[in-house]
Ligand binder design. Structure first.
Ligand code: MN
Length: 157
């Protein structure tokens, strides 16, 4: 049985029909560590979704070009709605006609630590299956709805 969704998931819930999509409705923290996931999402346009656990949900960004794997390369990351904790384990096909229709595969997952988490700047250290090291997200303040960020790999310290 599903538990009630987290209050910050109203946008996530409103966009989806849970009779039709296999995506999770909710989820509760299962590990003492903070977790992250990067999902390869074959939607209308291929992109990678970065999701970072924060206060019981997954803060999310869609990254059209994927995560930069070398320093000095900056990729656009578009902030999207909070996703439920259980989304970190989700792989499957979102049916045609549903929001985000297409195949979702886990590209990387693991634990992360927060170094800085501010309104416009996030610095994290990823320790995953694939990625390791420091990453920075910076909000582009001049973007129209302030949902555009840049993500880059920082030098390892
Ligand atoms: Mn997506």
């Amino acid at each position: 049985m599903n538990i009630a969704p987290h209050p910050s998931l109203s946008e996530y819930v409103a966009k989806r029909d849970f009779e039709k999509t296999p995506e999770p409705l909710s989820g509760q923290k299962k590990s003492a560590d903070l977790i992250y996931v990067i999902q390869e999402h074959h939607a209308r346009r291929l992109h990678w979704d970065l999701r970072l656990e924060k206060e019981g949900v997954l803060k999310s960004w869609a990254i059209p070009k994927g995560i930069p794997e070398a320093p000095k390369i900056r990729h656009l990351a578009i902030e999207t709605e909070d996703h439920p904790y259980d989304y970190a384990a989700f792989e499957g096909t979102i049916p045609q006609g549903q929001y985000g229709a297409g195949l979702v595969k886990i590209w990387d997952s693991g634990r992360y630590t927060q170094k800085v988490w501010e309104q416009d700047k996030i610095e994290i250290n990823l320790s995953g299956q694939r990625l390791h090291g420091n990453y920075v997200l910076v909000r582009l303040k001049k973007s129209e709805n302030q949902k555009n960020w840049l993500i880059l790999k920082a030098k390892d310290t």
